[in-house]
Design a protein around this ligand. Sequence first.
Ligand code: HEC
Ligand code: HEC
Length: 672
Amino acid sequence: MKFVTVSALLIQVSLAAAAADYEKDIKALFKERCVSCHGSVKQKGGLRLDAGALIAKGGKHPVIVSGDSKRSALMDRVLSHDEDERMPPEGKRLTSGQIEMLRQWIDAGAAYPKNEAIPKMPSEHWSFQTVKRPPVPETTHEHPIDAFIFGKRDPAPRAAPQALLRRLYLDLTGLPPTLAEQDESHKTCPAVIDNLLTRPEYGERWARHWLDVVRYADSNGYERDAEKPFVWRYRDYVIEALNKDKPFDRFVIEQLAGDELPDSTLETRIATGFLRLGHWDDEPADPATDRYDQLDDIVSTTGQAFLGLTIGCARCHDHKFEPLATRDYYSLVAVFNPLERPRKGRTELTVPVDGKEIYTWREPSAKAPETHVLIRGSPTRLGELVEPAVPAILAKTGSSFSKSRLGLAQWIASNGNPLTARVIVNRVWQQHFGQGLVTSANDFGLMGAAPAHPELLDWLAHWFMHDAKWSLKQLHHLILTSRAWQSVRSSDSITRYRRLEVETIRDSMLAVSGQLNPKRFGPAMKPAIPTAAIEANTDKEKVWQASDAREASRRSIYAFIKRGLVVPMLETLDLADTVSSCPQRQITTVAPQALTLFNGDFVNQQAKHFAARLKREAGSEPAQQITLAWRLALCRKPTADEQAKMQSFLNEESLEQACRVILNLNEFVYPE
Ligand code: HEC
Ligand code: HEC
């Protein structure tokens, strides 16, 4: 026996104790270092190491002899000094602690839980299966969503009518109901929903969600961060598409290939601005890499936005966790490779269509350039030649694929594609409930979250395609009329409390103060950047000339999004990151938010206007002023207690200060 010090012995003993834990240690080690080649996606040497039973089974030969690590091939492979033999073949070798752990586990009998689930093969993954409509569970609930959510249980109680009205308005239009609208309390809920869905404000609110998903910004980012000329036409296209209730399948096709449609129009060509929204370095160090970065932006965003697939991970190596190979990735690159960015040196050009200049790519040559797999993602290391194709794992789904951009668009938007409808239905659900049925809205792959209600998700997706014919307005109507959505918010109910998005906070303040400028469409407005932020910005040239107060009081969707300088109020309150597709806004809670909402220039100005409005419309009587303020801001009358507190506040402070407090009430930003 070797001589060991006491401390070394202690380490050995503690390792031995830890080694017994298959779930915690062994499985985690295999997952981290082995499963990318020996799992459900790939089985190098015919071996899987992602479940105990499969480890016991081995590959071409058995790899462990239970109880005898010395005769176990697996140990030989991790210990080997021969580079061609050693596992893992890439990256650092296993540490001596890890090797010891494996040895102990095998010597102790290589035990694993008998009921351990064996990970399914990728082709069996739920989201790759054609959508079928499950039956609605038989319950007493009339609404199909409620039947799935509540089952045989009683539904949660419905929120109070005024709270529900405010919630509906904020959710669908991003603005609170006016006094007159609050008085229409006799209207039934479905009638209010239908009415709101016909308003132009609906598109202005919901376009923002889509713009997050497609990484929309008004500038290119990087050093010069130049403005993207006329990119706002794409933003207006999205607003109008939603307001017209353009079927979502058509919406997808227009953005990917609106120029190739037989019935292409100015509108469908503007839609392809989607392809050019990414950030772009106008003076790249390496033009060849830059070219592939641009194509990567399109391929990755297309994968995430429409299909919920992280295809971008297959640019340099086969995807380590998903059944997506570099070949799949470059086959998609081949679809977009004919596109060229119109430019003159560093300056971007637009493409004239019907006498307007529009922001899109052009396809200069009818002959598509050759596309190769790039080994390790390097433009100088050409691998096999590839043709346009859809990912092999999905090739049998959707309609047939015709090797063109339009072909890809049609394949994505076809009823047989298992992902597209599930992904968009889940996004809409997420916006209404705060959390998707699948919490990873951009990732429906093997590594994505499992759906909380798989049958409901499939029912909705099938209904959306076949009954609603891809109508988003019908989907909103269905969701909003459910008790699940209308129920009282609480921390454990399906509709949780959550902070309004920054656009809705800002727009609501403008509406309440009476300053909202309803002007629609056209070039972006530029809100004032507070002096402190200008001081902090080292490159003062990047700061724009602010629009005048009237123009800057337009809805937030019209605010200029400069990648290198985001309006501080928007940034502090979690505007989406525009570098890549944003599946869901973060909701952070940090001190600068309180400062922005309480001390920021914008809020102070709106408080002043709000106070002036109260004096104008409610007269000089404080009780009347407070009642009006409450109704405008919170859509309800103040309680006796609130009335008394505000009155005593007004004895000390100005009405303007009171308004500042009201705009900062929890209820204002966290609706019931
Ligand atoms: C980058 C891919 C890759 C990773 C990661 C990897 N392997 Fe392998 N492994 C292979 C390939 C390829 C083979 C088949 C060729 C060979 O036997 O060398 C193989 C074969 C084996 C075999 C022999 C199977 C048989 O039936 O003969 C064992 C045992 C093995 N690997 C264990 C491991 C372990 C343990 C890990 C993690 C610590 C690991 N491998 C990580 C690629 C990988
Ligand atoms: C720009 C190139 C590039 C992209 C894009 C890329 N990777 Fe990698 N990745 C590498 C390189 C290089 C390595 C190290 C060598 C190897 O394992 O192939 C690596 C290694 C890995 C490893 C470690 C593998 C092991 O066996 O230890 C994982 C896991 C991984 N990548 C996952 C991802 C995921 C997930 C994505 C997408 C979010 C991604 N990669 C995108 C270049 C890239």
